[in-house]
Each structure stands twice: as structure tokens, then as C-alpha cells.
Design a protein. Sequence first.
Length: 205
Amino acid sequence: MSGQCEDCCGPKDLTHTTPRYRRALVVVVVLNLGMGVVEMAGGVFGRSQALKADSLDFLGDGAITLLGLLAISRGQRWRARAALLQGIFLAILGVGVIGAACFRLYEKVLPDAATMGVLGVVGLVVNVACALVLVPHRDGDANVRAVWLFSRNDALGNIAVAIAGGLVAWLGQAWPDLVTAAVIAALFLSSAWQIVRGARRELNI
């Protein structure tokens, strides 16, 4: 009874119940996990910290969107808990990316600008597709907003990666790659705060 009371007393947003939203989440999961694997390989072989950071965003987005997909059939408090977990996970990714970028400051390896540029553009196309699918659903509950913020982050991150690739090619230096990784990490942390704050508000904690 208590679980039913929690659900009936919570916000009445019904975005998560529509078949269209469920299909959108499936598309986002497949595209993000696939692109995450591709970018991680590109980051390793192209020696790019920005690509690795963005690949973590893709993989994290895919995994957390899958969690959101599993949570949408549950009650309001379950979806809020899933959003809280999403925000915490995103914050951990942000801290990890910052740590990796700091470590790379001591390495003298120039990333491959062509790999950064090509994968940045391809990733942007994938993210625009995900964002277009999710735009009609961006104003739902905490879980719905969390999925939207993850996809928005991916799109902004890929724009930054493509620009960084051009700067690396032009300047012949690695710092644009590291700065971009730090910017992506900052975006992670900002969105994590928004997600956690919204989830805590819905959980009343």
C-alpha cells in the first residue's frame, strides 16, 4: 500500500508511459553504445583523451538510458531513484575524466587530429539523431530529464571534439585535446548536479 501511495502522491507526468518514448529510448541505447565502442577504439589508437572522454559519455549514456528504459514501467519513486543513480554515475565519470586529463599533462604524445575530427563529426551526427528523437520528451520527470541531459551532453561534447581536432592539426600541440576533455568533464558535473537535485526533490530528501 505504501508504494501505491508514494506513486499516487507523486508528480502526474505521464511522458514515460507512451510507446513512442519507449521506442525513443531503445534507439538512443543502441546508437550510444555502438558509438561509444567506436570512439573508445578511436581514442586509444588516435591517442586522444577528448575522444576517450566522449566515448565514456556515449557508453555511460547508453547504459544509463537502458536503466531509464527499465525504470519507466515502475512507480514515480523508482524512476526518481534511477535518476539519482544516473546523476551520481555522471559525476563519477566527470571526476574520472578530469583525473585522466591531468595524468596526460605529463605525457608528450600528440593525438591524431584526423581521427579526432572524423569521429567528432560522426559522433555529432549520431547525437543529433538521438536528440531529435528525445526532444518531444525532454520536459518529463527526473528520469526523463536525465536521459535528455545525457544526450544533450553528447552532442555538445562532439562539437568540442571536432573543434579540438582542428586546433591540434593547426597548432601541432596536444593542449586543445586536454582542454576539451576538461570541458566535457565540467559538463558532466554540471548535468550531474541538475539530475541529482531534481531526483532528490522528487524523493523529498
